[in-house]
Ligand binder design. Structure first.
Ligand code: KIV
Ligand code: NA
Length: 264
C-alpha cells in the first residue's frame, strides 16, 4: 500500500475526507491499526499514564519514546509515524534538535510538541533541518500543573483568541499538522477552517479535519476511567479489529465524536 505522507493528509483535508489517528506503543497493535487503515500512528507521551501507570505525562523520557517508536515503526508499513517530544525535552532550540534527532533515528517521520508561539523558532529550525513538525494546542497535558488540572481550554473569548493566534503562528512557522485537545466544538471548527494544514481533534468537536484517540481508551482498557471525549469501541464490537474499523468508519462518516463526546 502507498505510504501516508504529510501531502496525503493535506489532500484529505482539501477533499473533506476525515483523518484517523490512534496512539500506538508496540509493533503488534501498530500492525493491526495499519492493516485496518488508520492513517497516523502517534507514539504519545500518554504512554507514561497507560503503560507506566503514572498520573501524568511528565516523567516520560526521550529514550522511552524512542524505544516505543522503534517498536511501532517495525509494525507499520503504510501509516505516518509521529513521536511525541516529552516534557522538558524541547526547552531550547538546541535541545529540541537533539531530542528530535533521536526520535527520527528511532523511526519517527514527524515529531509533536506542545505549545504556542514560543515554539516558532524551534519549529522553523526543525523544518530547515529536515524534521516535520506537528503542533499541539488547547489542553496540553505537559502543562497540567500550570492549568491546575486536566481542564477544557479556550472557554473564554480571550483564551479562544489566544489559541487561534498560536495556531496561525505555528502554521506560519512551518508545522504540517496540529493536534487540538479539549476545546469547545465552536473553537475546533474555527481553527480547522482558519488553517490550511489538517487539524486533528481530541475532545475538540466533530468539525476538525480528523480525530485521535488513545488506544487504551478506545478499547476500554483504562479501568474505571473514560474521558468524556473518548469512547469504548470494543464494547459494541467484541473484537479489536472490528473496534478499530468501527472507529475509522464512525470518524469518516461524522458519527464520532457526537454531542456527548464534545464540549460547548
Ligand atoms: O500523548 C498522547 O497520546 C497525545 C494524544 C492524546 C494527542 O498527545
Ligand atoms: Na502527548
Amino acid at each position: 500500500a502507498k505510504k501516508v505522507t504529510s501531502s496525503t493528509l493535506l489532500n484529505m483535508k482539501q477533499q473533506g475526507e476525515k483523518i484517523t489517528v490512534l496512539t500506538a506503543y508496540d509493533a503488534s497493535f501498530a500492525k493491526l491499526f495499519d492493516e485496518q487503515g488508520v492513517e497516523v500512528m502517534l507514539i504519545g507521551d500518554s504512554l507514561g499514564m497507560v503503560l507506566q501507570g503514572e498520573s501524568d505525562t511528565l516523567p516520560v523520557s526521550v529514550d522511552n519514546i524512542a524505544y516505543h517508536t522503534s517498536s511501532v515503526r517495525q509494525g507499520t508499513e503504510r501509516a505516518l509515524v509521529i513521536a511525541d517530544m516529552p516534557f522538558m525535552s524541547y526547552s531550547t532550540p538546541e535541545q529540541t534538535y537533539l531530542s528530535a534527532g533521536k526520535l527520527m533515528a528511532a523511526g519517527a517521520t514527524m515529531i509533536k510538541m506542545e505549545g504556542g508561539s514560543w515554539l516558532c523558532e524551534s519549529v522553523t529550525g526543525l523544518i530547515q533541518r529536515g524534521v516535520p513538525v506537528c503542533g499541539h494546542l488547547g489542553l496540553t497535558p505537559q502543562s497540567v500543573h500550570v492549568f491546575g488540572g486536566f481542564k477544557v481550554q479556550g472557554r473564554s473569548e480571550l483564551q479562544a483568541e489566544q489559541i487561534l493566534e498560536d495556531a496561525i503562528a505555528l502554521e506560519r512557522a512551518g508545522i504540517q499538522l496540529l493536534v487540538l485537545e479539549c476545546v469547545p466544538s465552536s473553537l475546533g471548527k474555527k481553527i480547522s477552517e482558519s488553517l490550511s494544514i489538517p487539524v486533528i481533534g481530541i475532545g475538540a468537536g466533530p468539525d476538525t479535519d480528523g480525530q485521535v484517540l488513545v488506544m487504551h481508551d478506545m478499547l476500554g482498557i483504562s479501568a474505571n476511567y473514560m474521558p468524556k471525549f473518548s469512547k469504548n469501541f470494543l464494547a459494541e464490537t467484541g473484537d479489536i479489529r472490528t473496534a478499530v474499523t468501527r472507529f475509522i468508519d464512525d470518524v469518516k462518516q461524522g458519527v464520532f465524536p457526537g454531542e456527548e463526546h464534545s464540549f460547548n
